[in-house]
Design a protein around this ligand. Structure first.
Ligand code: ZN
Length: 682
């Protein structure tokens, strides 16, 4: 590991923030916090914190000594001065005189001494920063340090490596008692450059931002060097099936199982995030996986993101997926039973009983394939997968030089059920379509794009499927959706696209089959080629998409929604629009067939019948031509309906959302045309 410090860059930070009224101490604190936060070998998702002691003016302009310490909810990689709230230092240091301080009182004292009442909660490790005298303090859960500390003789290994340059703090849960103990260890030998927190992480300090940061880099580099010595080869591989199934084929089964264990009673949808690679496969394919993967988390605060252990499912034999499905179901049952036991055992020792959290795993290890992170959102799943990937690195290193061991389950339980840790996850009310995966075909423009945006607003995870190109990339970037290139006239492309949806999110819940294009021609003389071309896209496109989605939905086992964009043409054909209207009419029948054949699986099929929407199908040139032909203005033409109002792509998008939410509606057509009696269903 190399120091990324640059005098020039440090100077730009100082200058940039000075213009915003931020002093140099805090500007440089932001700079090195970002350097630490951007290296996953040091910091992952809130798993570290930093501070600086400085002086800032209070409301009356009086210089006030404060501790600027990382606030909860901020990612160090992108931290800003606002992410390091200033807390009055003196009242914090005085707390050290107390014998006990409850978590609630600690949080209260921290908040009461904020200079800005709207600032985020200071880190749960604030007092540790406050009780040490150093100006700059850095804390990380560095992978290399944990690989050494997470050993039965981890303390001895660290002492042999760092000697008197570091202090050694036995494992204590974060909070007041740990802060006191860390200060005592430091005071016994004030020459130390930092502290090793057994089976938790590392602190380094300095009088400048650079000193504290470079001490961190140096100590972690020493650990990395140590890990290169006396390595044995890990892990001996277990036998694997001749051909393992691919992630996309098994993800929907796993998503179904995660949902079944997510909440007692009704299924609780989860999002999955797949990862694989040489290091992951070496780990999950190990013959001894059931031992080293089930020891526990590498640093206790990971437990709120990943739970204490991952679930291990069997290696999926591509030739026998049903055996995999049974084996995986048994593995999830085993996980849940172990989790209930763990909860009961540890809850019995609590003064105030806790409420048990759900028993769905947050990490799934699949020998022969890779791993899945599991979470209530794509972002939570990504965090779980990132942590699992980093955990594999730590445990692989630990096993290569010794034997992996972490804190006991009682300590993990304290952390998992610690109110201050649970608070990090946030407990806001979920959006209506949170935990739902939506795929929108033809989603790069027009109605599709508006629909993708509408589902995104409802909290869904959205994949936009459209022809590869700039429009797709731009729409996905603008809407923060996942871009998946897909030509729905190509059967293998549709299969591949849905495999990507399953790999990206674990499965799919709602499909908006919207891709389409208008062909014209007088039916008595139109070339058959034109008809066939239109049927390829406007009928078979829908069928391919629906079939691919149903395959995933049936594996998940908790239903789903198919939503088709059938045009007004399906009901009320326009002159010379046969090539477009005929396949659309067939698509309407297709929707009803899906409703009929798959209702018993909980899969609903519905359609939106929209008319006269400004889009790729109805271009400005066409609007001009038609309004001219009727001798009306463009606005009059577009508002040529009973309500006399133009219908927009957003109106159609809203209709798709409504149908997705209408739990008891299937086989229905929702008309969005401002009122057009000629196109009313009869
Ligand atoms: Zn920590």
């Amino acid at each position: 590991m190399k120091s990324m410090w640059s005098d020039e860059e440090a100077g730009t930070y100082a200058e940039r923030y000075r213009a915003q009224g931020v002093n140099a101490d805090l500007a440089l604190r932001v700079y090195t916090s970002r350097l630490l936060g951007r290296d996953p070998a040091l910091v992952l998702h809130g798993g570290g914190n930093t501070s600086v002691k400085t002086s800032v003016p209070d409301q009356l302009g009086r210089a006030t000594e404060v501790l600027c310490v990382k606030g909860s909810g901020w990612d160090m990689a992108e931290i800003e001065p606002a992410g390091l709230p200033a807390v009055r230092l003196a009242p914090l240091t005085e707390l050290r005189g107390l014998d006990v301080l409850t978590d609630e009182d600690m949080v209260n004292a921290q908040r009461c001494n904020l200079l800005d009442s709207a600032a985020p909660n200071p880190s749960v490790e604030t007092l540790l920063h406050a009780f040490l005298p150093h100006k700059f303090i850095d804390h990380t859960h560095a992978v290399a340090v944990l690989a050494l500390s997470d050993q039965p003789d981890g303390d001895a290994i660290c002492r042999a490596l760092y000697g008197k340059r570091m202090g050694y703090v036995p494992y204590i849960m974060p909070g007041f008692q740990l802060a006191k103990r860390a200060a005592e260890v430091f005071e016994k030998d004030p020459a130390v450059e930092g502290l090793i927190l057994e089976k938790h992480g590392i602190f380094t300090f300095g009088s400048t931002a650079r000193e504290a940061y470079e001490r961190m880099v140096e100590k972690v580099s020493l650990a990395e060097e140590r890990l290169k010595q006396g390595r044995k080869k890990v892990f001996a591989p277990a036998p694997m099936p001749k051909q393992c199934a691919v992630a996309a084929d098994i993800a929907p089964f796993l998503r179904g199982l995660a949902a079944a264990h997510g909440k007692p009673g009704a299924p609780q949808r989860m999002i999955l995030d797949f990862r694989t690679g040489a290091a992951i496969l070496n780990y999950v394919n190990g013959a001894d996986l059931a031992r080293y993967s089930q020891v526990g988390v590498v640093t206790p605060d990971h437990t709120i993101r990943t739970k204490n252990w991952p679930v291990i499912v069997p290696a999926p034999d591509a030739a026998d997926l049903s055996a995999f499905q049974r084996g995986a179901a048994a593995a999830f049952e085993g996980f849940a039973a172990r989790y209930h036991d763990y909860f009961r055992r540890n809850n019995a020792r609590q003064q105030t009983p806790k409420v048990e959290l759900d028993a769905a795993p947050r990490v799934i290890l699949v020998p022969g394939v890779g791993l899945f992170g599991v979470g209530a959102s794509a972002s939570a799943a990504r965090i779980a997968a990132d942590i699992a990937t980093s955990t594999i690195e730590t445990i692989t290193d630990a096993e290569a030089v010794g034997r992996y061991e972490c804190v006991g389950e009682a300590d993990m339980f304290e952390l998992e059920y610690w109110s201050l840790e649970q608070a990090k996850l946030g407990k806001g009310k979920e959006a209506r379509l949170a935990r739902h995966v939506v795929a929108v075909t033809g989603g790069a423009s027009g109605i599709g794009r508006a629909t993708a945006q509408a589902f995104k607003r409802e909290g869904a995870e959205v994949a936009i499927l459209d022809l590869a190109g700039d429009a797709l990339t731009a729409a996905a970037a603008a809407l923060k959706c996942t871009a998946i290139p897909c030509d729905v006239t190509d059967a293998s492309a549709v299969k591949a696209a849905f495999a990507r949806v399953a790999e990206s999110f674990g499965g799919v819940d709602i499909v908006v089959s919207n891709a389409g294009r208008a062909w014209q021609g007088r039916i008595g003389s139109v070339d058959e080629k034109v008809l066939r071309e239109s049927f390829e896209l406007n009928f078979y496109g829908h069928q391919r998409v629906a079939q691919a989605a149903v395959e995933i939905m049936e594996k998940q086992g908790f239903g789903g929604a198919l939503l088709f964009n059938v045009s007004k043409q399906a009901v009320n054909p326009g002159p010379n629009f046969g090539p477009y209207g005929l396949p659309k009419a067939a698509a309407l029948a297709l929707m009803r067939q899906y409703a009929l054949d798959h209702g018993a699986d909980g899969i609903r099929a519905n359609a939106v019948n929209a008319d006269r929407i400004r889009s790729g199908l109805l271009t400005d040139a066409m609007i001009a031509e038609r309004s001219q032909a009727r001798g009306v203005s463009r606005d009059e033409y577009m508002g040529g309906n009973l309500l006399k109002r133009e219908v927009t792509a957003d109106d159609v998008a809203q209709a798709f959302v409504s149908l997705a939410l209408a739990d008891k509606t299937t086989g229905a057509v929702l008309t969005v045309d401002g009122g057009n009696i000629a196109a009313a269903l009869r």
